[in-house]
Ligand binder design. Structure first.
Ligand code: S3P
Length: 171
């Protein structure tokens, strides 16, 4: 297991992919996104995978995608919001690099996720779904080495903050 990755975790709409894409070149790393890897490998979109094969199957694919990305090393890895729910994934992330949790307030998350329809767990009443999931995952991201509240920050500011903290801790 390589241990030099930066792994971005956080609820849907906290900006993991946007921040990850900007952060990777700053560190001389390449960027990868577990959801994107799953879609490429399966030749299907995340909503179709959920619809046809169910969430449990998606979680298996997510675990594999995460393990493969960690193994490659020198990566900034954006994970799906639910990747932290499995204990094995949390351990793999902590062993595989520096784990950064992106947080945002509910209004910011709502504004960001309402822009697209590709999140199966948010189908239906968006506000109700976000409220329920945020509550059930209230502490799910707290195991990270670094927690960044991104509300009111631009993606560039989030990147600068992560780079400065990472230098200080030397991880
Ligand atoms: C999920 C988050 C999504 C995607 C899937 C499930 C979750 O990724 O993995 O729809 O359980 O929170 P993003 O966090 O990138 O939206």
């Amino acid at each position: 297991m390589k241990s030099n990755n930066v792994i971005l975790i956080g609820f849907m709409g906290t900006g993991k992919s946007t921040v990850g894409r900007l952060l990777a070149p700053k560190l001389g790393y390449s960027f990868t996104d577990t959801d994107h890897r799953i879609e490429q490998e399966q030749g299907r979109s995340i909503p179709i995978i959920f619809e046809r094969y169910g969430e449990a199957h998606f979680r298996k694919l997510e675990k594999e995608a995460l393990e493969n990305a960690l193994e490659e090393g020198n990566k900034v890895i954006a994970t799906g919001g639910g990747a932290v729910l499995a204990e094995a994934n949390r351990k793999a992330m902590l062993d595989g690099g520096y784990v950064v949790a992106l947080k945002a307030d509910k209004a910011t998350i709502m504004a960001r996720v309402s822009r697209d329809e590709d999140r199966p767990l948010l189908r239906g009443d968006l506000e109700e779904r976000v409220t329920t999931l945020l509550e059930s995952r209230k502490t799910a991201y707290d195991f990270a080495h670094l927690i960044v509240d991104t509300s009111g920050l631009s993606p560039y500011e989030v990147v600068e903050y992560i780079v400065s903290k990472r230098k200080v801790t030397g991880c």
